[in-house]
Design a protein around this ligand. Structure first.
Ligand SMILES: [Zn+2]
Length: 165
């Protein structure tokens, strides 16, 4: 089910929208082999009509499976857009497409979630340690042999924390 909003319902005030958009409705093709959508797009939004615009405010979340761009280790990532907002004009060139009285909000959610995908996914900021070795002057250029053994434990602990919230 796409996320549909009936404009008429906004006449009485703001409307709460929350639920999940399954991947099958999102048609989200990742341009990056290292990043794959791994679950539905969860939304928790408020819609409000203000004159000729609809204001959407709330949060968007989507789990991703990533591969580290440096060590190729798979790891989970979560797109987490708090305080997301979007203005949908009802008039003009950029106006939202209406089907009768109904607006499909799916494209707006999809677009901004997609833009929040990591561009250069790393399993942790320490991965590869390129910056560090350069600082120490040991390996001025990019070192092919990245140290990615014991430190990684910390990285996973960090990720776990992030997931718990
Ligand atoms: Zn890595």
């Amino acid at each position: 089910m796409p996320l549909l909003l009936q404009l008429e319902s906004l006449a009485r005030g703001s409307v709460s929208l929350n639920g999940e958009l399954p991947l099958s409705d999102l048609d989200m093709v990742s341009l990056d082999d290292l990043v794959e959508p791994a679950g539905p797009l969860a939304y928790d939004l408020t819609a409000e009509k203000n004159g000729d615009t609809i204001l959407l405010e709330g949060s968007l979340e989507m789990p991703l499976m990533c591969e580290c761009a440096r060590c190729l280790k798979p790891f989970e990532y979560r797109v987490d857009l708090r305080n997301w907002s979007c203005l949908l004009p009802l008039k003009g060139e950029e106006s939202v497409q209406l089907n009768g009285d109904t607006a499909d909000l799916t494209p707006y959610l999809r677009e901004d979630t997609f833009l929040a995908f990591p561009q250069h996914p790393l399993c942790g900021s320490e991965c590869g340690g390129i910056a560090k070795t350069a600082e120490n002057g040991e390996n001025p250029a990019q070192s092919g042999s990245a140290p990615d053994e014991p430190k990684d434990k910390n990285v996973w602990a960090e990720l776990d924390k992030l997931d718990l919230k």
